[in-house]
Ligand binder design. Sequence first.
Ligand code: GDP
Length: 201
Amino acid sequence: MKMKDFFAIKPSFVGSFPTYEDLPDSLEPEAAFIGRSNVGKSSLVNALFNSYALARVSNMPGRTQTLNLYNIASALMVVDLPGYGFANAPRDIALAWSENMRTYLKNRPQLRRVFMLIDSRVGLKLSDIEIMYMMDKTGVSYQIILTKIDKINAAELNTVRTECIDAQKQHPAMHPIVLNTSTENGTGLDDVRGAIFDTVK
Ligand code: GDP
């Protein structure tokens, strides 16, 4: 399948699942999207697949946290994982999130890559770094996508990119390419589509 055709097919929503154990088994390769709440994950996932039906479950603090699964052209499953890192989440919810994530990472051999969204205005936070270590340990490949780059200038973009690229020295499972995106003006969307398409080849 060509990349153009892959992204032209309307993704189908498979379902929302409370924990990793509830996810249906599938043979297709899988890509996951994660990020702190409000990073711009729903906006990005919708923009990538030109579909407002996707990422429709908002991961607001206090709402039910679910893993949302989408089937893309019967060639790839996309998992939208609940947002993390919100300021005053009760500790038990944060721990449950982390356990759910760890189990998912450990038990999903078809998982090809995790796309980790980082708000370009904020940079890497402790909650991101904890998950990066978790993925290094489980050996799951992950790639950083900077979001909302329309909100910052060239010097700020350079600073945050340098921070992420420097972090690679500590994080062996991190993909060397850091992607820049803005759903506001469409910057970088085709680069992310290319990276997603790489995972199904
Ligand atoms: P989520 O919680 O990670 O799913 O984040 P959302 O996609 O709901 O976005 C959170 C907020 O950031 C919303 O107000 C969006 O309109 C805004 N946002 C998302 N992406 C961009 C972007 O590329 N540029 C700008 N300026 N705002 C964005």
